[in-house]
Ligand binder design. Structure first.
Ligand SMILES: NC(=O)c1ccc[n+]([C@@H]2O[C@H](COP(=O)([O-])OP(=O)(O)OC[C@H]3O[C@@H](n4cnc5c(N)ncnc54)[C@H](O)[C@@H]3O)[C@@H](O)[C@H]2O)c1
Length: 368
């Protein structure tokens, strides 16, 4: 099969930069992708971070601490930016002005004003594909719920709950990092880190919060600064947003860095008059659902979904799906859309700039 080459540059060679590169390295896993991404350039001021890429990817021709050098390269078609939030606006706008397609990271700017400027720049380049990363809706269980929403299977929606829960910050000895400081992470704190993941499916469904009542908490006040002292933790640790949607039903959104026992629990639960369904990465192969007709029984059922991915792969249908598979599927969707645009083969596209802006509006309402 002939595949359209897409030459990627990566700006920010940390945790997420490596996840993307690893997905590219196993692109052969996808059975019928029409795209063939390669990593040709990387950028990070930290030389050790770049070394992992140059050691593992012979395709990398350019490694620079200066992202302008990467953007000046005619060899780069598209850029994945995975940098701290205070750099989003500057770097994303630079990518677009250099005429490169952009896969951005959430929250898509450190605050609402930054997001508005990024979206305005994106609107000036309709030829470039701009999307924001959010991989959890690509789990088979989430995909099934997305399809049920699209096919109006729930009847009248009674309530929606969605959340993303972490727990490593429960350890008070975990050193401070950029995600705990306002200058680099933004006022949103945990909401900026986790909110886009929680809002992707609700916003795609058109469930826009009209009112937001927030419960925000700071649990750990200070952390080791890595130099023998202590540094203040400035950002919110946990958030519960109690919203009423434009459709009138309640929607509870949870974004927590300190949720004891939850390593990386993303979930969505939709309950309606004709159907209810829930999926959580805590039980990654299981979809729970409850069809209901008036006067009928009310019995939740469980289905093990196996590896029923949006984009077919070499993995057998009876096997399990996990985080790195969700990342691969998200990138398959981005590349599918880059090659085919409106005629993309998959049914679920990555977060659009308008959705990212809408997410900022929700989080800003919560702060206000
Ligand atoms: N989609 C997800 O599941 C997910 C998960 C974690 C983080 N993120 C997002 O990804 C982004 C990066 O987070 P991370 O966890 O990978 O952080 P990280 O700290 O692991 O990596 C960030 C990298 O950016 C580099 N960097 C700093 N300044 C730079 C500059 N001027 N030019 C180029 N590189 C620079 C740092 O040296 C570091 O290597 C953030 O927006 C974060 O919210 C997304």
């Amino acid at each position: 099969m002939s595949r359209t080459p897409i030459r990627f540059g990566i700006i920010g060679c940390g945790l997420m930069g490596r996840e993307f590169a690893s997905a590219v390295a196993r692109w052969c896993h996808l059975l019928d992708s029409d795209a063939q991404p390669t990593i040709v350039a990387v950028c990070d001021p930290n030389a050790a971070a770049m070394a992992w890429f140059t050691d593992n990817f012979p395709s990398v021709q350019l490694a620079s601490p200066d992202y302008q050098v990467l953007l000046a390269s005619p060899e780069v078609d598209a850029v994945y930016c995975a940098v701290p939030h205070n750099l989003h606006e500057r770097v994303y706008i630079g990518v677009l002005r250099a005429g490169k397609h952009l896969m951005a990271e959430k929250p898509f700017g450190i605050d609402l004003a930054a997001a508005e400027r990024i979206v305005a720049e994106s609107d000036r380049h309709p030829d470039l594909l701009v999307r924001c990363s959010s991989e959890f809706p690509f789990y088979p269980g989430a995909q099934r719920i997305a399809r049920m929403i699209e096919e109006n299977k729930f009847g009248r929606i009674i309530e929606v709950r969605a959340g993303f829960l972490h727990s490593s910050d429960l350890d008070p000895n975990k050193p401070i990092n950029w995600k705990r400081q306002v200058a680099t992470c933004g006022e949103y704190g945990c909401m900026g880190d986790l909110g886009m993941h929680v809002l992707h499916m609700p916003l795609r469904a058109g469930w826009i919060p009209r009112t937001v009542h927030p419960l925000l908490s700071k649990v750990v006040d200070q952390r080791p600064d890595g130099h023998g002292g202590w540094a203040p933790c400035e950002t919110w640790d946990n958030a519960i947003l109690s919203c009423r949607t434009e459709q009138g039903f309640p929607m509870i959104l949870e974004m927590k860095r300190i949720s004891p026992g939850d390593t990386n629990t993303w979930y969505i639960r939709v309950v309606g008059t004709e159907n209810s369904a829930e999926f959580s990465t805590h039980r990654p192969r299981t979809l729970r659902s409850m069809p209901y007709s008036p006067g009928g029984t009310q019995a939740w059922q469980e289905e093990d979904l196996g590896y029923s991915s949006a984009y077919p792969t070499v993995t057998g249908g009876i096997f399990e799906f996990g985080f790195t598979d969700a990342i691969l599927q998200m990138w398959a969707a981005y590349c599918d859309e880059l090659v085919h645009r409106e005629a993309m083969k998959g049914a679920f596209r990555c977060v659009t700039p308008d959705e990212a802006l809408q997410a900022h509006k929700v989080l800003t309402m919560a702060l206000a």
